[in-house]
Design a protein around this ligand. Sequence first.
Ligand code: NAD
Length: 358
Amino acid sequence: MNYKIAVIPGDGIGPEVIEQTRRVLEVIGEKYGYTFDFTEVLAGGCAIDATGQCLPEETVEICKASDAVLLGAVGGPKWDHLPGAERPEMALLGLRGKLGLFANLRPAMLFEELADACPLKPELVSGGLDIVVVRELTGGIYFGEKGIKETDKGTAAYDVEEYSEMEVRRIARVAFDMAMKRNRKVTSVDKANVLESSRLWRRIVNEVAQDYPEVELNHFYVDNAAMQLVRGPKQFDVIVTSNIFGDILSDEASQVTGSIGMLPSASLATGNFGMYEPVHGSAPDIAGTDTANPMATILSAAMMLRYTFGLLEAADDIEAAVQKVLADGWRTADIAKPGEAVIGTKECGDRIVEAIRG
Ligand code: NAD
């Protein structure tokens, strides 16, 4: 079995964490008899330097011709003087649009070994935490009609929250399909007591739920969901919500896990195609120092195996290896407690590779 992966190392620590992730995928390939064909392409600041564009057409073509995309991070102070539309981060928006990535998956997984890093009381997260926020990524208020107008109360500005049945149905399906592979519970988050778009959202989610009788569905208003995430996070399995609510709730959910260096993410299109990347940015403050934590990117690769390639055992294997490395006491600087010994990016990769080899 041969899988084509477009790899975008990007800027800052991107190339460092991607290098370790490729090693992990190679050893997984050896162990299970798969080959991963990596094609490295440019996006972000390095692409601006090389081609004048943050997202060259060649990159988009190679991504489209691949089974999945693995991305490090883009951006950095070198390009901060550029106007908004020309900045490296625009490559991310371009990739989402051109690759049709409508579903953003952000797991908030708290490894028991890192429970100290969690800002919540230990009894709220005992036994670890495993939530996925499924955020609609290409609709809603961020993409709705917007404008500025003059009124008798002065200048007014507006952004329209609009969702179609099709958009709600396809993101709901992603959430229910995911719940079927997990603990069979979906929480849909809206503001149906106030917003018409939320009432449509709720109606369509209820319709989709009919096709998944094994999945328990409940609905929360977004204000309650924000509260419950810090009051009783273990009650959640899969949370599905709109673009703007998901933007906020996924950050909130991820913070309960402690370190940004541990957080993977996936953005999916129809047909299992996906782009996988860590939640963190290019961390220019530590780039080139061999101190970045590669685990977020390595866990993103595990998501790629699970959601795009359907290689569940191999995905579990990577996650178990990360957990073993943590259980054995190895820590990169971002997750170490004061006074604890730390390992670098490369050594962290070595330990995970060793744990997979067994
Ligand atoms: P950042 O996530 O890069 O860094 C925030 C802090 O977390 C820094 O102190 C950094 O050292 C630390 N950190 C991040 N990842 C880490 C890791 N793997 N291991 C250890 N420590 C880690 O966010 P920022 O500083 O706001 O942004 C830096 C640049 O990255 C900016 O140009 C920003 O636009 C860009 N950015 C890119 C993406 C992306 O490519 N998806 C996302 C966010 C920010």
